[in-house]
Design a protein around this ligand. Structure first.
Ligand code: G3P
Length: 221
């Protein structure tokens, strides 16, 4: 499973990139709104900051409801950073979003169909040609459903039917989600940087480092 970072914050993207684990970045209107910056400029900045990653998701705005409106926005987004091939158009899981997905896929543009909450939605998105499908597990957990179970089922189905759309486990909130979606067969987990930090740690690692330091101090004295 690869790691994408789920943020529009440059510092967090840079931190994940520096430690060598970053394969992509996902953004959405809520994450961009937090940053109070011009959306297109931030996508360009991200592309320049992390040039050699596989994907930077830029979502069509909530103003684009019809397929032609989504396509018009996508056509502007794919021009960013001189037509950077990393730019992946994120589309909502609606019939209009699927229509836009099919159109963009045929044009060779990478797509990420987002806000997926059922296996059937994932199958439709894959058949419309989505490069990535994004099930939101945390939000299913919020309503007492099993988000990881959804990722497991989508992974089983894609394997069974030889579908090559990649599964991005999204709305990943904590370390246990990360382990469980990796075991479930997600191709990618997109996670906030604080969760990357959390999964890098263990109290015994810290204790071990302290003990090595204390013992080393005795030797050097
Ligand atoms: O990748 C989707 C993510 O940004 C949503 O996360 O925690 O708002 O459900 P959350």
């Amino acid at each position: 499973m690869k790691f994408f970072v789920d943020t529009a914050n440059l510092e967090d993207i840079q931190k994940a990139y520096k430690i060598g684990v970053l394969s992509g970045v996902t953004t959405n209107p809520s994450l961009v709104a937090k940053e109070r910056i011009k959306f297109e400029n931030r996508i360009a900045e991200i592309c320049q900051l992390v040039p050699d990653i596989e994907s930077v998701s830029a979502e069509v705005t909530p103003n684009a409801v019809m397929a032609d409106e989504m396509i018009a926005e996508a056509e502007e987004l794919i021009k960013i950073n001189n037509g950077d091939k990393k730019i992946t158009i994120k589309l909502p899981m609606t019939l209009q979003g699927l229509e836009a997905c099919r159109y963009l896929t045929k044009k060779g543009v990478k797509t990420n169909v987002t806000l997926i909450f059922t296996v059937n939605q994932a199958l439709l998105a894959a058949r419309a040609g989505a490069t990535y499908v994004s099930p939101f597990l945390g939000r299913l957990d919020d309503i007492s459903e099993d988000g990881v179970q959804l990722v497991t089922k989508i992974a089983e189905l894609f394997h069974l039917q030889k579908i090559d759309s990649q599964i991005i486990a999204a709305s990943v909130r904590h370390p246990d989600h990360v382990t469980r979606v990796a075991l479930a067969g997600a191709n990618i987990a997109t996670i906030p940087f604080n969760v990357i930090e959390q999964i890098s740690r263990h109290p015994l690692t810290d204790q071990g480092i302290d003990k090595f330091a204390a013992d080393w101090k005795k030797v050097s004295q």
